[in-house]
Ligand binder design. Sequence first.
Ligand code: GUN
Ligand code: ZN
Length: 444
Amino acid sequence: MSKVDICLVRGQLLHFLRDPGQEDSAEACEYFEDGGLLVRDGLIAHAGPWDTTLTAFQSLPAAEQEAAERFDYRGHLVMPGFVDTHIHYPQVGVTGSFGRQLLDWLTDYTFPAEAAFADPAVARHTAEFVISRLLAHGTTTASVFATVHAHSADAFFEAAERHALRMLCGKVMMDRNCPENLRDTADESARDCRNLIERWHGRGRLRYTLTPRFAPTSSPEQLAVAGELFRAWGNLHLQSHLAENAAEIAWVRELFPDRRSYLDVYAHHGLTGPRSIFGHCIHLSDEEREWMAQSQTAAAFCPTSNLFLGSGFFDYAAARAAGVHTGLATDVGGGTSLSMIRTLAEAYRVSQFAGAALPPLRAWYLATLGGAEALGLAEYIGNFAVGKEADFVVLAPANIPELDWRLQRSNSLPETLFALALLGDERCVQATHVLGRRAHQQEG
Ligand code: GUN
Ligand code: ZN
């Protein structure tokens, strides 16, 4: 019989059972000031108050107790790993490039950076770097754009597999309106995607995500290819961009005059539905929002990117009120940080402009279970329900003296969580665990 792998964790446990809503219902979360997690072969076996966790642990055979790894995180907050629902790993090297809005930014910075991924060694090196930095920021799952090169998706999957991470990734499909050296064809993209799907989809914790970049860079034929693959497999994921920027939206109207809206371009080609997620979704009509909700098509809210590229203010409360599954995303390199904590702070500021302030419990739901739900992965990750995969982040607010000072004056959990979102950042990420095992630990 093979050896059972047990981890026992003690700390301040926080996780969400559902969306707390704009009213920020405390019943949507569980918080155990002195809490415990028992992890068996990478899955949550028990989560609750420390005494009940200890009892569960003590009921294990003596040999398993002896072999268990124990983590004492008292004084630290332990919560599910962050879920970044939209990120471009090859763009990490152009993060913070000056002075452009979306379409010029793509031409001037992004496409040249992605062209460098023609070299598989660049892809491998960058993939390993980004994964190790995601872990350092507490992110354990992401929906990831590679470049048009099939080997760029291979490189990311290989790195994710080495770290046993639950990751979604796909090679970008784009066959027009982009530089020649970044262009595939509808047929080539069909062949490459099929090969990648066969190699990676469902291998361990990995899933393939069809990734037509956005409507302007795919011909109707290529969008149809994506739709056929999405339908034929039945359990693939799909990601793209939608309604981010005014010039982009006008361009889509010109390119697809027969479609009633930007979203209709995707819906027409069979690209909407469960497991389908679109970045940005800022400038949507009520009708488009309703279609997203009805069809269970998700949105990725990318506040640092939307502010940086001057794209606009996503209305998270309205999206949720309409029933749209919505995750939080860094959108690096349009976004300016890998930190989901910094991203939460910007989400809050954007929500102030949109007219409905993002409340604190809801914010941390958004960064964890909300993201898992938006990606169609909530059966595996997102909270500490028994049987889910034990990916978690350990936060030490005291690592930031001003935050520590502020929290000494906090009178409630929501107050603490709000200050943590606004004043916290990756310095608070003390450790990150994947399937119970410690995959990152802050030095010093
Ligand atoms: N729209 C099409 N491609 C991109 C991209 O790489 N980043 C962002 N933010 N928007 C896009
Ligand atoms: Zn993007």
